[in-house]
Design a protein around this ligand. Structure first.
Ligand code: 13P
Length: 254
């Protein structure tokens, strides 16, 4: 069975105090209310990782991750953070290839492939993001765009390695816009991504990979999106900054 995952990407938000408050509210709500087996991941800015990790008393259902990492282990890369450093702060997951990294920091597929290697080498789980821009959706080229992103960043991996990757389909036009993909559009793309992996590797491996949807997920639309057969959870931006909304999204699996 595939893991159900809800991950909160805080992006560049929250002071340390705000982040600690948000994390403790999420923990309390999980203890009080969450009965399902969903894996919940908090993904704060790097600088808060260690202190938020120290706040979490139960590491089986609530994990933490980072929003990016450098492709190298260490060295003269001023301002950068490596996968091994994330691990040393208690992180278990790393988002790789978020569209904001691709767009504002010029991250190429080739670079993302290197970052994926570094994350896996450190026994962390990459959450690999892919997704088309509005222009592609308008001319119906979303499958070729996303297929290429997946092939370029992941297809150098062995079957054993790719089985450890979590994929997040995040159509760029739905991120932070309030405009979410319909449940049908999400299902179509998730099934396409799974088929792309099955063709290169095997059905068995493709069936074990969790594929999350991201882009304006809210408590009001989470249930319908998560009920699709190839949608295994969500990567949540704005709504992860409100503990109540975030937990309501986790509860959408009930
Ligand atoms: P929003 O939920 O704010 O649209 O952001 C989605 C996202 O980019 C998560 O990584």
């Amino acid at each position: 069975m595939r893991k159900q995952i809800v991950a909160g990407n805080w992006k560049m938000n929250c002071s340390l105090e705000e982040g600690q408050k948000l994390a403790s509210e999420v923990m309390q709500l999980m203890l009080d209310e969450v009965q399902n087996e969903t894996e919940v991941i908090l993904i704060p800015p790097f600088i808060h990782l260690s202190s938020i990790n120290d706040q979490i008393p139960f590491k089986d259902k609530l994990l933490i991750g980072a929003q990016n990492c450098h492709q190298n282990e260490s060295g003269a890369y001023t301002g950068e953070v490596s996968a091994s450093m994330i691990k040393s702060c208690g992180g278990s997951h790393v988002i790789i290839g978020h569209s904001e990294r691709r767009e504002y920091f010029g991250e190429s597929d080739a670079l993302l492939a290197e970052k994926i290697n570094s994350v896996l080498k450190n026994d962390l789980t990459p959450i690999f993001c892919c997704g088309e821009r509005l222009e592609s959706r308008e001319i119906n080229t979303q499958e070729s765009v996303v297929g290429e992103q997946v092939r370029n960043a992941l297809f150098h991996l062995s079957e054993e390695q790719i089985a450890k990757v979590v994929i997040a389909y995040e159509p760029v036009w739905a991120i932070g816009t309030g405009k979410t993909a319909s449940a049908e559009q999400a299902q179509e793309m998730h099934a396409f991504i799974r088929k792309t992996i099955a063709e290169k590797y095997s059905n068995e491996t493709a069936d074990t990979i969790s594929i999350l949807y991201g882009g304006s997920v809210k408590p009001e639309n989470a249930k319908e999106i998560f009920s699709q057969s190839d949608v295994d959870g969500g990567l949540i931006g704005g709504a992860s900054l409100k503990s109540r909304d975030f937990i309501d999204i986790v509860q959408a699996f009930d």
